[in-house]
Write a protein that binds this ligand. Structure first.
Ligand code: AMP
Length: 222
């Protein structure tokens, strides 16, 4: 498979991070989750983390200039020729425009935008049962894929916890933020002929297989 530059688009809790990790495991493409990057900044109590924390806690978006700077700087560090997946960025049209400008400067294309489609009721159910490793950000689900050792991460042994914004009252706000600010990107990328959809209600292995098929088709049409 040719290295790809991909955007994963969709509401929270639709499995974007899991799928990015599976592609990272298989092809070594860099999986960049804007949420994980911001949570690491919050943990480190950096200037960015301190500026971002209140927005994140309440389910609002962090201001465009903060996150755009962080992501573009991260992309600049990825080795030339290596694939990457942006999970959770861009989330607004101005972010998408800033990304396009950055990539144009580096003469890098976006190969595809994968849209993770899932009804709201399923999203809420998945997020309230989601748990995450505090150290390495591996995701679990207490019902479908719990850590083998109770509350310790299978990968690194770190503590597995519930994110502070995965409580039901914050999820409702995050979903409404998604509808008003992020959903317009579906049409934005559709108009550019980049959008492809996956049915995110299926099991992770099935979604992974569908994503691989879709990526192979991108190669065939290139
Ligand atoms: P996530 O882990 O992707 O659900 O992101 C967690 C939180 O981080 C979001 O609810 C936002 O507050 C913030 N965040 C992550 N990515 C972005 C982004 N691209 N733009 C603005 N805020 C973001």
């Amino acid at each position: 498979m040719k290295a790809k530059h991909l955007i994963f688009l969709g509401p929270p809790g639709t499995g974007k991070g899991t799928q990015a990790q599976l592609l990272n495991d298989k092809f070594g493409w860099a999986a960049m989750s804007s949420g994980d990057i911001l949570r690491a900044e919050v943990k480190a109590e950096s200037k960015i983390g301190l500026a971002a924390h209140e927005y994140m806690r309440s389910g609002a978006l962090v201001p465009d200039d903060i996150i755009t700077g962080v992501i573009l700087a991260g992309l600049e560090r990825v080795a030339a020729g290596r694939g990457w997946i942006l999970d959770g960025f861009p989330r607004t049209v101005p972010q998408a425009e800033a990304l396009a400008a950055g990539l144009a400067k580096w003469k890098l294309p976006i190969d595809g935008v994968i849209y993770f489609n899932l009804p709201d009721a399923t999203i809420i159910e998945r997020i309230v049962t989601r748990r995450v490793c505090k150290e390495c950000a591996t995701t679990y689900n207490v019902r479908f894929s719990p850590p083998k050792a109770g509350d310790r991460c299978d990968r690194c042994g770190g503590a597995v916890i519930q994110r502070e914004d995965d409580r039901e009252e914050v999820i409702v706000k995050r979903l409404s933020t998604y509808r008003t600010q992020t959903a317009p990107l579906i049409e934005y990328y559709e108009r550019q002929g980049l959008l492809r959809s996956v049915d995110a209600s299926l099991a992770p292995a099935t979604v992974h297989a569908a994503a691989l098929e879709l990526l192979a088709r991108l190669d065939a049409s290139a």
